[in-house]
Design a protein around this ligand. Structure first.
Ligand code: SPD
Length: 284
């Protein structure tokens, strides 16, 4: 049981021997969907928190760091992103960020668990605010199967998955990445949840190997997320054309004013890795 004496502790075999604990004021929702246990807590100091199968997906305190970078890094790396696919991210945070891009014309949004969308719409309106945008089409189903039927369809694909245990597992396999590549237009870019350089080095290396084998340009970006294991998480990126390390377009002032984390400087800095992580990437 991860809720004890008013504290939630995130205990997971993927990061043995360490647990982040947050003080809970109230459980707002707790239920089992077809795929996973969904819990929504009001924490005492970090706003609301979404937990799937005992693992923290987001807190209102720091969700902007992850959602902004997952969306704006690939979208600003692409010279003209018009057709976008999002797999996962049923809370809607990444979608909220994509919707800020006025040149985007069409967004396919594929989420396996419609209950996550429903709970987020009810309890996290600050995140799940983009589903009614006329550019968005929601597909409920498995991401792997969805991309298999797509060829030459998207400028940018973003995979906002949970960890590679439970429903997210298929999204960390080479066959899935082959499907992503096939679904991209010739100059397309993918950005996938890339785990932590401190806590999940095997996964970071595995994803680097997979993407390097499939894409001419590959990179790993680091994001600070205080409530994720080790305080950071990565984005694994692959590109069929555009450079990734510097943005293809400079952000406009009105869009910059809406954001809290992403800037042109943060875009470049996110790819600057500590020496041990550079070595990991080289050896991958
Ligand atoms: N260890 C948790 C990783 C969760 C990544 N996905 C979060 C979804 C937020 N939109």
């Amino acid at each position: 049981m991860n809720l004890k004496n008013g504290w939630f502790s995130e205990i997971c075999p993927m990061w043995p021997g360490v647990a982040l604990s947050l003080e809970i004021k109230e459980t707002l929702y707790s239920g089992k969907s077809k795929f996973q246990q969904i819990d929504l807590y009001q924490t005492r100091h970090h706003g609301k928190m979404l937990v799937l199968d005992g693992i923290i997906q987001l807190t209102e305190f720091d969700e902007f760091t992850y959602q902004e970078m997952m969306a704006h890094l690939p979208l600003f790396s692409h010279p003209e992103p018009k057709n976008i696919l999002v797999i996962g991210g049923g809370d809607g945070g990444v979608l909220r960020e994509i919707n800020r891009h006025t040149q985007v014309e069409k967004i396919d949004f594929c989420e396996i668990d419609e209950a996550v969308i429903a709970v987020s719409k009810k309890f996290l309106p600050g995140l799940a605010c983009g589903f009614d945008d006329p550019r968005v089409t929601v597909h409920i189903g498995e991401g792997n199967g969805f991309v298999k039927n797509k060829t030459n369809a998207y400028d940018v694909i973003i995979v906002d998955s949970s960890d590679p245990i439970g429903p997210g597992e298929a999204l960390f396999q080479k066959s899935f990445y082959k499907g992503l590549k096939n679904a991209l237009k010739p100059c397309g870019i993918i950005a996938t949840q890339g785990e932590s350089i401190f806590m999940h080095q095997e996964w970071v290396v595995t994803l680097a190997r997979i993407t390097r084998g499939l894409f001419p340009i590959q990179a790993y970006a680091n994001i600070c997320v205080p409530t994720y294991p080790g305080g950071s998480i990565g984005i694994c990126m692959g590109s069929l054309g555009p450079e990734l390390l510097t943005p293809a377009r400079i952000i406009s002032q009105p869009l910059q004013d809406q954001l809290k984390y992403y800037t042109t400087q943060i875009h470049k800095a996110a790819f600057v890795l500590p020496h041990f992580a550079q070595k990991l990437m080289k050896e991958a």
